[in-house]
Ligand binder design. Structure first.
Ligand code: NAG
Ligand code: NAG
Ligand code: NAG
Length: 824
């Protein structure tokens, strides 16, 4: 279906005039979509792995020869692959995660990724979205004349909008008869879809407008500026910037200056990156490079030449791919920002103390503040939370320093820089931070008063010391907690200094408390490993006095978990793997899930998300997380509903599925009050304590895995390990399979059936299926309530042998009725 500029404009006009606008208007504009590849999947138990055995124990050589064999005669001088240097071995599981990027004619295929998981000399799983076919000639290819998948998705979205509007009109007519009052012709799902449309589809008309105005008529394959400017028209939230670009197009292009920098892709493939200055509405030079991208073509894909841009703006950090050919088309865009919503000597100094809501108290409605110690984990934070080696201290020239360390008495350290950001701007280095003095005591009164509405903001600002302290405390604990479950330096975590343990450094989390750029939300920006993550927490004007998101741990944890899942999925240096669709939805869901597991208690209870900040008992999602189907009826098929277009709604379903899975593990293995593993002994070994156990199956390879003993700690471990195993842009099926494989690796599959039963309870069993996904939602799903045959008998389920023998994955589109475990 072709969406012409006139239909698009007509729809927006209709929406703008006929519908009253409700809800917060200060929503951050964000775009996200891309081609949905028919062939990209996660393969547990690769059929050809036996053949890939080579006379080497080097996991990288094994992975390389595996991929060589997988691609066979496809490979040539013009079609090769680069081993990405963010590949790593997980020291806890012994799994080496090896990432490859496809290179065609010396250019990267921006969405050509293979990730291979190797353990004990064997490829245990892989994900693959490489282009298959012959390298195109180096001359510009003719692009297909069809409008492309994106326009088609926009057409589907438009159809959904019209349907919803019709429904609303019907309801309004009924309501009017009853009440004789004007009912509003809008609701939250409608508004959400409308925003999706405005942000992601409006720009479809831009190429035509530009051509009509006489710009960008010719392609210059060496000049990215025209394509970039076209992207900026779509990306900027500021109409004045759009008008300026349209009126002064050629002058703006002429004003852009640039220089080139070489960039290594893997060990020996270098590409050139153009750094472009003076791009409207950006806050740093834009990085541009020539790439290929794949567009679906039946059940295969074709290659299109394109520009890949990294565009940092005030509220977004985009990775965008725009076609070379004029009129340029935006083919894929991921926003690295997501909304919410070697141990040295132990420290000599006294640990800091903070007057805070302690970890586990989700928000002020759940408990009071106490004076908590800087109980940093010596493995995760060898220097504590307030010390940065001078070499990696962005403030070092301003500070008196002793020896090679900067010792701060403010909320500034190796993992987190926490500060006020009332201005809502991008600057942060010199923003206000509370000072705990030489004794490092951060103790401030918190007693917000009911005020006139006009004074609410000033009243909230009085407690800035309290909220920065809380944000610093929560964020450091989350750093340390996730570290102990494997989000360490090589896996791409956020630290200024990496203590020589690998990974890219210089990327502590910039944490803005009471950020002035919005209300009633929060967001997190995740660039690739080595660049600072940025967390922005907002005030909520939902109550009097205002509520402060910094004080609701669940919201902070949700945001920090974006950094976790994006760095772990598809490799630390690939931030484009959870951009939209089911993958983007899971990016939201993991945050809700982890926040909920962290706050949960031994005595089971349901939990809403963000209830305190939003001042709404049911929280900010459609349902609380619950085992009770009447309380939370979500299943896999729920994603079909038009109200579930968009990543947050998709994420809610994923979090609910994981919540149900988690409870099965808790029923089986019990519950631990503290999710923090025991501290290492003097010799560096980690004691089992009451936290770990050695699995019944004894892995022949070392290290012997330490298995969290209790259900809640185990699920956190499996979820994190699953993130590492799954490939870039995973589906629900891929992420489920990766969690099940994570259990195979860690325990030899002790929980194989518990996991399957949990997933199947919510429709994600072996016979679940989907047809026709779009980048934002929709499609037709089939709930699958079946589990593998081995899990169906009354007998104790046999752990399946490791690795699980399994034929090639069944098709994405078909019910998996040829699955070997299925027993009808
Ligand atoms: C600063 O921190 C380092 C590392 O923890 C420590 O060795 C040193 O004694 C500290 N210096 C002061 C003055 O506290
Ligand atoms: C924050 O604490 C400092 C002392 O560390 C104090 O001088 C300042 O007034 C406090 N700020 C507010 C807004 O209370
Ligand atoms: C499930 O929730 C419904 C609605 O709140 C309630 O009536 C029912 O008792 C609950 N069931 C269980 C098993 O708790």
């Amino acid at each position: 279906m072709r969406l012409s500029s006139t239909t698009s404009l007509a729809l927006v006009g209709l929406a703008g005039s006929a519908l009253a606008h409700v809800g917060p208007t200060s929503r951050r504009k964000t775009m996200g979509f891309g081609p949905v590849h028919p062939h990209a999947k996660f393969h547990t138990s690769p059929a050809s792995f036996a053949k890939a055995s080579v006379f080497t124990s080097d996991p990288y050589d094994i992975a390389r020869s595996f991929v060589t064999e997988l691609l066979q005669d496809q490979l040539s001088e013009d079609n090769e692959f680069a081993l990405r240097k963010d590949s790593y071995t997980d020291s806890a599981t012994g799994v080496t995660h090896v990432y490859f990027r496809q290179m065609v004619n010396g250019l990267e295929v921006a969405d050509g990724d293979i990730s291979v998981n190797v353990k004990g000399g064997t490829v245990i799983s892989y994900g693959d979205s490489f282009y298959r076919g012959y390298a195109p000639g180096v001359t510009l290819m003719d692009e297909p004349t069809t409008p492309g998948p994106h326009a088609e998705f926009c057409g589907l979205l438009q159809g959904q909008l019209v349907e919803r509007l019709t429904l609303l009109r019907e309801h309004a007519a009924v309501a009017n008869q009853v009440t004789m009052s004007g009912a509003q012709l809008t609701d939250e799902p409608y508004e959400r879809m409308q925003r999706l449309f405005r942000w992601n589809c409006d720009h479809l008309r831009t190429p035509h407008e530009l051509v009509e105005r006489g710009f960008g008529k010719t392609s210059d394959i060496f000049d990215p500026r025209g394509a970039l400017l076209q992207f900026m028209i779509a990306a900027t939230p500021d109409d004045a910037v759009v008008a300026d670009i349209l009126n002064n197009h050629d002058e703006i292009i002429a004003g852009m200056t640039s220089w080139f920098e070489p960039q290594l892709v893997g060990d020996n493939n270098a590409v050139l990156v153009e750094m472009i200055n003076n791009v409207p509405d950006t806050v740093s030079p834009v990085k541009a490079k020539a790439v290929y991208i794949q567009l679906p073509d039946g059940d295969k894909t074709m290659l299109i030449q394109a520009w890949r841009f990294e565009v940092e703006m005030q509220d977004n950090w985009y990775e965008a791919i725009i076609s070379h050919q004029v009129p340029h088309r935006i083919l894929s865009v991921v926003d690295w920002a997501s909304d919410a919503p070697i141990p040295s000597e132990p420290e000599q100094r006294q640990p800091a103390r903070y007057h805070v809501f302690p970890f586990g108290v989700n928000d002020p409605s759940e408990g009071g503040r106490t004076l908590a110690k800087e109980n940093f984990d010596p493995l995760a934070s060898p220097l504590g939370w307030h010390v940065i080696p001078v070499s990696n201290d962005p403030l070092s020239s301003n500070l008196k320093k002793k020896g090679q360390y900067s010792n701060y008495t403010t909320t500034f350290g190796n993992n987190v820089f926490a500060h006020e950001n009332w201005e809502g701007q991008n600057g942060w280095l010199h923003n206000y931070r509370p000072d705990g003095g030489d004794d490092l005591i951060f103790n401030y009164p918190y007693d917000p008063k009911i005020t006139d509405k006009s004074d609410s903001l000033d009243e909230a600002k009085k407690y800035i010391n309290v909220t920065i302290t809380q944000l610093f405390y929560t964020s450091n604990l989350v750093h340390d907690l996730y570290y102990r479950y494997g989000f360490d330096e090589v896996a791409g975590n956020f630290q200024q200094h990496n203590f020589g343990r690998g990974g890219e450094e210089g990327d502590a989390v910039i944490a803005n408390a009471q950020d002035g750029s919005g209300f009633n939300n929060a967001n997190f920006m995740t660039p690739p490993d080595g660049q600072n993550g940025r967390c922005r927490m907002y005030l909520w004007n939902t109550a009097n006095p205002y509520r402060d998101g910094d004080l609701e741990a669940g919201i902070v944890i949700h945001e920090l978990s974006h950094g976790l899942s994006i760095r772990l999925t598809g490799g630390p240096a690939n931030s484009g793997c959870l951009g939209w669709g089911e993958s983007g939805g899971m990016g939201e869901g993991w945050g809700d899930f982890l926040a909920t597991v962290i706050r949960s208690k031994a005595l089971y209870s349901d939990y809403p998300m963000g209830a305190w900040a939003a001042n709404q008992a049911g929280g900010i999602r459609n349902y609380p997380y619950s085992l009770n189907e009447s309380v939370n009826p979500s299943t896999y098929k729920t994603l079909d509903k038009p109200q579930y277009w968009g990543v947050h709604a998709i994420g809610e379903v994923w979090a609910e599925i994981l919540w149900v899975v988690a409870q099965r593990l808790i029923t089986k293995h019990g519950f631990t009050e503290s999710l923090f593993p025991p501290l290492p002994l003097e010799d560096g070994t980690i004691p089992l304590g009451d936290f770990y156990r050695v699995p019944e199956f004894i892995a022949t390879d070392v290290p012997k895995p330490l298995v969290p003993k209790h259900g809640n700690s185990l699920i956190v471990q499996l979820v994190l390990n699953g993130m590492k195993l799954q490939q870039c842009r995973p589906s629900f099926f891929d992420a489920r399979d990766a969690i099940i494989q994570a259990d195979q690796v860690l325990t030899g599959g002790e929980n194989f059936c518990d996991l399957w039963l949990g997933f199947a309870e919510k429709g994600l069993g072996i016979d679940a299926a989907v047809q026709g996904r779009t980048p934002w939602g929709g499609g037709v799903r089939t709930d699958g309530f079946n589990v593998p045959a081995v899990c169906r008998s009354e007998d104790t389920p046999e752990p399946s042998p490791y690795p699980e023998p399994e034929p090639e994955e069944p098709g994405d589109d078909e019910p998996e009725d040829d699955w070997p475990w299925l027993h009808i």
